[in-house]
Design a protein around this ligand. Structure first.
Ligand SMILES: Cc1ncc(COP(=O)(O)O)c(C=O)c1O
Length: 374
């Protein structure tokens, strides 16, 4: 059996290496490193696939969030409502821009922003809501957009973990990152669509925002050496765009493989006591960036993690500490679901290349652990 990884990037490269090598070589031959042809082609491919008017690529998913909030030009101290059970990028960016994250709790079964809890947090200083499409499925965008409209707020979607997820209620449809005023994503290597370094993109249907975003990602220039806005140097390398152009047509296939892995985990783990398999929201498809189980207690979670590690099976805790309890972003608020999940979640290996033998080994070991602990 091959050794098990959370995400097997080498196995994926082995499968696509011929085309990726060719694409990279072409960039080297063309010397087309910054804002080259592949960057434009990749932006166009994303815009067409996700039916969004503008795609602005940039250096990584965190910059994408920073650029999104820079482009909105919110007054200092503006409040932005965002989930506490999430990666730190959003909170970090808001702090850097002197905006204030107001943390909201998440739903205990989907782990997604509790949209029902948002309205009570809206104050006269609230300017935006920043949902995170965590683990591969989407926050309930329909009620969220209605709430944003009612209170005249911007919505910036963080779709770093959910590229390709499709919102599909009778009333609304759209891809992750394209339903709010601005959406962002990441092409970090382990993401569902990952490059071989850092990369990110911003989606918007708003022409004025798109203009500002494109300029801000390139030192605030519209014309070379004319700086009308304060910007950043945040561009997707042509080499990364060339790699992404090769991988993008495979994304649906990757997604299906991830769903098959998730279904096999479900059938092996569904009836185990003290373990809950991930539930699916009815609002969107699940692209299974993560397959995250919840154990009955922190002690059980930590013991299972160690048990798996000792048998060559990696697992990860996304995330061990909610954002309101992080030293850098500390706030005195009561967010019991986020705090509880941080103690009990465990993400298992999932990637298109995880084979049945590897997965049976993981499932058998989890079953053995549960039997022994009863
Ligand atoms: C939810 C979320 N937002 C933002 C980011 C930041 O993306 P990047 O690492 O490309 O800066 C990540 C990356 O892990 C993420 O998971």
């Amino acid at each position: 059996m091959r050794s098990i990884k959370m995400v097997d990037l080498q196995a994926q490269y082995a499968r696509l290496s011929f085309d990726i090598d060719q694409a990279m070589k072409q960039v080297l031959l063309d010397g087309d490193f910054i804002q080259g042809a592949a960057v434009k082609q990749f932006e166009k491919a994303l815009a067409e696939k996700y039916a969004v008017k503008h795609v602005i690529s940039c250096a990584n998913g965190t910059d994408a969030l920073q650029l999104a909030f820079m482009s909105l030009g919110l007054p200092k101290g503006s409040e932005v409502i965002t989930p506490a059970f999430s990666y730190a990028a959003l909170a970090e960016v808001l702090h850097l821009l002197e905006l204030k994250p107001v943390f909201v709790d998440v739903d205990p079964t989907t782990f997604l922003m509790d949209v029902g809890a948002v309205e009570a947090l809206i104050s006269e200083n609230t300017w935006a809501i920043a949902p995170v499409h965590l683990y591969g499925q989407m926050v309930s965008m329909e009620p969220l957009m209605a709430l944003a409209k009612k209170h005249k707020l911007f919505v910036v979607e963080d779709a770093a973990q959910a590229i390709g997820s499709q919102y599909c209620t009778p009333g609304e449809h759209g891809f992750a990152g394209t339903m709010g005023h601005i959406g962002t994503t990441s092409f970090f290597p382990s993401k569902n669509l990952g490059c071989y370094g850092d990369g990110g993109a911003i989606f918007t249907n708003d022409d004025d925002l798109a203009k500002r975003l494109r300029s801000m990602a390139n030192h605030g220039q519209t014309v070379k050496y004319q700086h009308d806005l304060v910007g950043m140097n945040s561009r997707l390398d042509t080499l990364q765009a060339a790699i992404l152009l090769v991988k993008f047509p495979y994304l649906l296939d990757f997604e299906q493989c991830r769903r098959a892995v998730a279904a096999r985990y479900d059938s092996g783990l569904l009836d185990l006591s003290g373990l809950t398999v991930p539930s699916r929201t009815v609002d969107s498809s699940h692209v299974f960036h993560q397959y995250t189980i919840v154990l009955a207690s922190q002690a059980m979670r930590d013991a299972l993690k160690l048990y798996l590690f000792e048998r060559g099976i990696p697992s990860m805790i996304y995330y061990p500490t909610p954002l309101h309890l992080q030293t850098a972003y500390r706030q005195v608020v009561n967010l019991p679901v986020s705090e509880d999940l941080c103690k009990r979640v465990l993400s298992l290996p999932i990637c298109p290349e995880l084979d049945v033998e590897q997965q049976e080994y993981i499932i058998n070991n989890i079953q053995n652990f549960i039997q022994k602990s009863q």
